[in-house]
Each structure stands twice: as structure tokens, then as C-alpha cells.
Design a binder for this molecule. Sequence first.
Ligand code: ZN
Length: 281
Amino acid sequence: MTIRVRRVAAACALGAALTACGAPSAPHASRPAPSAPTAAVSSRPPTLAPGPAGLTPVFKNGPRVGGKTVALTFDADMTADEGPRAAKGEHFDNPQLISTLRTLKVPATVFMTGRWADEYPAEARAIGRDPQFEIANHSYSHYAFTGDCYGLPTVSPDRMKADVERAYTAFKKAGVPNAMPYFRFPGGCYDRQALKTLSAVGVTAVQWDVVSGDAFATDSDAVAQQVLEGVKPGSVVVMHCTRSAAPATEKAVRMIVPELRKKGYRFVKVSELIGAADRHR
Ligand SMILES: [Zn+2]
């Protein structure tokens, strides 16, 4: 498990290119405005209670019993200093992936960096206003929250809280109505200090139990196979929605979804797994 986590984290660190999940905005023209929320949207998202000593709670997977659910999560990475690469035409977004998730009717959680939302505000807004998806926080800068995280630049402890809050500000600026109080550490790297520092923000940290290996992968069969072998009831799968750094993901999703449905799995957002985990405590 450790090795697999390191693989994705290393990819994350290298993935200067990872960016936002693109979403065509036209289909949303007729969607209800965020000022007319449904009951589900307006209710408070489920979170985990703080950990020992008030530390930020860490969620890894949902209950293994009580039904076959699985959450696909997509990290929309973009590191703070990658603007020039985007300006040169590198695609950190992946509109086709979002479109495929819509076509297949797969609910999903997008862990978005604030920098990505700044780069692709229309796509961020379209994802955020679509009830099929939820947007959670993947920091503003995609800098690491520990000293040694696969070569990522680091955020100093006194800037951690501000970096997370800056991402929420970026989501709001893009027009995302209800970003979730969930946070995924860049590279998946955290320690007690980071959990303590973020406790004031009130987020639940979300890790994963299934690494897709999609970052920089070109073999979609291999990605699909790794996911299909790893998924158990309640699993959280980490993938990416960035064309340049995860080019095989969309095709892999088209293979993964029907296979898991054949096995009886239902796709859910992370919030549903966290709600179920809370009920099973
Ligand atoms: Zn990331």
C-alpha cells in the first residue's frame, strides 16, 4: 500500500501539468441557479468528528459493509507556478473526462486546486453547479504540507491555513456555489503538525484506499485493471482530471464503470461515504 501511495504521490509531485477537469458550459445554461438549492444542496455536508486532541480527521474509505459503493475522485492539479505552461497551451483540464462521467451518469468528487479554478473558471463553475459532482479542496498552490513530499515545494506551517482558504476563495470567485469541507493534501502528504494547523479550517482530510496509477500513464488498460483489482465496498479511488498529466484516464473510466456496475457497485460522491462512515461509528 505504501508503495502504491508513493507512486501516485510522486506522479503528483512531478505533475506540474495537472490541471482542472474541463466541463463544457453550454449544457448548464438551463440548470437551476445556485440560489435555488435543493434540500440536499442546502443541508450541511457530512464531516467526520475531529480526531484525538482536536486534530483534523482523516477519511480513507467508507464502510466495507452495508452495500457496494465506490467513490471515484479526480484531482484537478495545478501548481501555483504553472501559469506560464498553461499560457503556452498545456492542458491542465480534461473536458472530455467530465463529459464521459456525465454520459455514464457517474457521480464524482473533484479535488480542485484554487490555481486550477483561477485558470479554468468556466469549467470549475460548470462542475460546481452540476449536482452530479462535488468540488472539494486540494489546496490553492499544490505545494506540500510536509517537508518531504516527492519534490513538491512546501507551504510553511504559518501559510497552510491561508493556502486552503485561498482555494475556497478561488472557487467562490469562479462561481462555485457549494464547495465541500473536504481537503486532500497535495501528494497525499501530511503529518500531525499539518492536521493540527488545519483544525481551525474545519475540513475533513480525504485520502484514498485505491491508487489508479493514472498520473502520466499512457496504458488505459493497465489503469483500469489496477482499479478493478483494488476496489472493495466503500473504496475511494484517486485519479486525475488533467489532460497533459493523465492522458489515459478518460478511456480507463469508460472501462472501469461498466465493469464495476456489472459487479453490483454503485458510484457515489465522497460525501455519501463520509455520511455512511459517520453512521457506522
Ligand atoms: Zn494533486
